[in-house]
Design a protein around this ligand. Structure first.
Ligand SMILES: [Zn+2]
Length: 315
């Protein structure tokens, strides 16, 4: 993905306010997360079939169904083996369905390492973005999505039901949100990477101006969710015994819906601060948000100079 520096961002017209430097640090972290990071898995479901796998460039969800495993995001290239080893600790089924929440290598890099996947699903713009990537050229074109979502798609019934939503541009122009209504869990991928400055990939249709509206639509339309899994935050990995080194961690503690609401408020305020700064002829860096880790809770809080985002204590 393209990383925007401050000087470039400051030159960009108001319609493309991307707060360049403010997002650059986050963008670099996003793009350069090492593939060698260990991949760790923990259950998200009381029935022990929905897991989150951290590491490998970004979070991944795995739903262990009787007829095959559903993998949501396949991490950086080369992560397939470690993902497979984690999955095999709880399922003897192959990965049969992949959902890519955006086109980036940290979401799609492992697709080619799951040749038994019969369906690969993504938002239609994400498929178009993936078609431009070298990783999906030639024989690897078979690892491109073979099923696309315009606005919404439902998969499976009963406790496994998944709703895939597209609410508009944000991180890219094809970010999917994955909701498990029966489990009251939603996965926001890189639309909510962590409590940190947003990462916007303008080259793939992302928009800092549209992101707050997209998050607001998601908050208005998705109902009944208790737990939110982000694209990158790893404070989810609360270990019963941190020294055990066990691959499966107990006591998962993803973020709550109110954390998402706080992040949406922060993005709205952040955009307003950038727009105000640019209108006043100040460099966009003056609106740079300040993010700090609160050590007591290991949660990050972000503030814009203009307004302070509502703080919430994790439950
Ligand atoms: Zn991304």
């Amino acid at each position: 993905m393209r990383i925007f520096d401050l000087a470039r961002a400051a030159r960009i017209a108001i319609g493309a306010v991307v707060a360049g430097a403010a997002i650059a640090a986050a963008a670099i972290a996003h793009a350069q997360a090492p593939a060698t990071q260990p991949i760790r898995m923990q259950t998200l479901s009381v029935y022990d079939i929905l897991y989150v796998l951290t590491g490998g460039g970004g979070n991944t969800l795995a739903l262990m169904r009787d007829d095959g495993v559903v993998l949501i995001d396949t991490k950086n290239p080369g992560s397939g083996k470690a993902l497979q080893e984690n999955i095999e600790s709880v399922s003897d089924k192959p990965v049969t369905t992949i959902v890519n929440t955006n086109a980036h290598a940290n979401r799609t890099g492992g697709n080619a390492e799951f040749p038994k996947a019969v369906q690969i699903i993504a938002q239609e713009h994400t498929k178009a973005n993936m078609q431009k990537m070298d990783a999906f050229k030639g024989p690897n074109a078979r690892f491109l999505p073979n099923k696309t979502v315009a606005d919404r798609m439902t998969l499976f019934d009963g406790p496994d039901r998944m709703e895939l939503y597209y609410f508009g541009r944000g991180h890219t122009d094809g970010d999917l949100i994955v909701v498990f209504p029966e489990k009251r869990v939603a996965y926001f991928g890189d639309l909510f990477p962590a409590k940190a400055a947003p990462v916007i990939d303008v080259a793939n249709g992302g928009s800092a101006v549209e992101l707050p509206k997209t998050l607001a639509r998601a908050i208005a339309e998705i109902k009944g969710i208790a737990r939110v899994v982000t694209g990158h935050d790893t404070t989810i990995a609360v270990m019963a015994n941190g020294a055990s080194g066990s691959a499966i961690f107990a006591n998962p503690r993803p973020m709550a819906w109110k954390d998402l609401e706080e992040y949406a408020d922060f993005n709205r305020d952040f955009l307003a601060a950038v727009q105000e700064a640019m209108k006043a002829g100040k460099p966009a860096a003056d609106a740079r948000p300040h993010c700090s880790c609160r050590s007591a809770t290991r949660r990050t809080t972000c503030r814009t100079p203009a307004r302070t985002s509502r703080r919430s204590t994790p439950s």
